[in-house]
Design a binder for this molecule. Structure first.
Ligand SMILES: [Zn+2]
Length: 147
């Protein structure tokens, strides 16, 4: 049985690849039945689009792979608390379980928002489990030289 730590480590690998490319170190993976089915990382600077966030990439890839817009039996692992755009994409895809490394409040250079992931989850119309602080310190360490 693979643990939350193992899958978050996979997301951290993506965040390190993003950092290597000069992006902010954000990573995400989507897991179905204990298997990673998609990976995403921040590519915003390289692609010159605000849509290229780690979570949107992971959701897009998973939907294409499974040939469906609904990911009802998947878990998404995000190194950082998803922004409102990504949270909306996650909930449009009906993902029922979100696992987060570091929350917004853990990183001072990321501004707090009135509309956070819990607010959007509560507004989604279905049951969502949100877990935080998985490998949190590893995520925070990636941001030590930023901000
Ligand atoms: Zn985002």
């Amino acid at each position: 049985m693979t643990s939350h730590d193992d899958f978050m480590a996979e997301a951290l690998k993506q965040s390190r690849l993003a950092a290597r490319d000069g992006e902010l170190p954000f990573g995400a993976v989507i897991v179905q039945n204990g298997v990673v089915i998609s990976r995403g990382r921040c590519r915003e600077a390289r692609r010159n689009t605000v849509l290229a966030h780690a979570e949107t990439e992971a959701v897009d890839k998973a939907c294409r792979k499974l040939a469906t817009s609904k990911l009802k039996d998947c878990i998404i692992y995000c190194t950082n608390e998803p922004c409102p755009m990504c949270a909306a994409a996650i909930f449009q895809a009906k993902i029922p379980h979100v696992v987060i490394g570091a929350s917004r409040d853990d990183l001072s250079f990321i501004r707090p928002r009135k509309i956070n992931i819990q607010v959007l989850a509560d507004d989604s119309g279905y049951e969502i489990k949100i877990e935080r602080d998985i490998l949190k310190q590893h995520v925070i360490d990636l941001f030590k030289h930023i901000g």
